[in-house]
Design a protein around this ligand. Structure first.
Ligand code: SAM
Length: 240
């Protein structure tokens, strides 16, 4: 197997192995911040409250964003959940979301190559799915996003960043690179998969390559940073 950490097969392997404990680990390791950030992502969608739209959740994982999405827009008709990891889909279906099953369509596919129909989505969200792409893949992602959205449709994407200008960054990095790997080794039988998040986040930086890619794909986009630059939201629309 490839050791390129941006090879989609490598990434799928990491998340397949994480899928059992992903939900709890991500909530605990982030002190619950990921939940607030998923909510912030959903709030970035400029849709009417009573919309009956159908859209996509890109790099959906175990569907942690759906409770927030369906609470904010209770009449949403359907969400197509795109994720490359069969393990993450399996956990989304079996544990979390039985009551939402009729409104979720699962698509186990690589977002960078999926042939989801052009101009088919009324909206798109993505929570924490951007850091496992490199700069060139960000451009492919942005082009795919623009292709899949209907003209005028909104999107909102959120990702954890490396807060390079924050005075507490050394503490934050020590936590990500020093503490979490030890905790994972101890509690998850020596696994080192969640530890990868540290490297992905460091490489992702402040997410500049996503912003450049979204603009160059032709999307209207605004950025919002959270908690001294520990997360960034890209929200906007596809022009009409
Ligand atoms: C950090 S998880 C985020 C999951 C979820 N959205 C959340 O808020 O917790 C990143 C997800 O992106 C998926 N992913 C990574 N690369 C992908 C690709 N090329 N195509 C589709 N999904 C991908 C992984 O399988 C994983 O489930």
């Amino acid at each position: 197997m490839s050791n390129d950490i941006y090879d989609p097969n490598f990434v799928a392997g990491v998340f397949d192995r994480c899928s059992d404990s992903y939900r709890n680990w991500s909530a605990v390791a982030s002190f619950g911040l990921v939940r607030a950030w998923r909510r912030a992502c959903v709030k970035g969608l400029t849709l009417p409250k009573d919309t009956q739209a159908s859209g996509v959740d890109l790099m959906a994982g175990t569907g942690e964003a759906w409770p927030h999405l369906l609470a904010e827009f209770p009449r949403i008709a359907n969400v197509t959940a795109v994720d490359i990891s069969p393990g993450m889909h399996k956990h989304a279906m079996s544990r979390l979301h039985k009551s939402r099953d009729d409104r979720i369509t699962h698509l186990c596919a690589n977002m960078l190559t999926t042939d989801l129909p052009t101009a088919s989505a009324d909206f798109a969200i993505s929570t924490f799915g951007l850091k496992t792409f490199n700069a060139q893949q960000h451009q492919v992602f942005a082009d795919q996003l623009c292709r899949i959205l209907k003209p005028g449709a909104p999107f909102s994407l959120i990702e954890a960043t490396d807060p390079v200008d924050w005075f507490l960054r050394p503490v934050y990095r020590f936590y990500l690179d020093g503490v979490l790997p030890q905790v994972e080794r101890f509690f998850l039988n020596g696994a080192q998969d969640f530890t990868m998040i540290g490297e992905y986040t460091r490489n992702f930086g402040k997410g500049e390559t996503v912003l450049t890619a979204l603009k160059s794909a032709g999307l209207n986009v605004e950025t919002t940073y959270y908690v001294s630059g520990s997360a960034v939201r890209f929200s906007g629309t596809k022009p009409n």
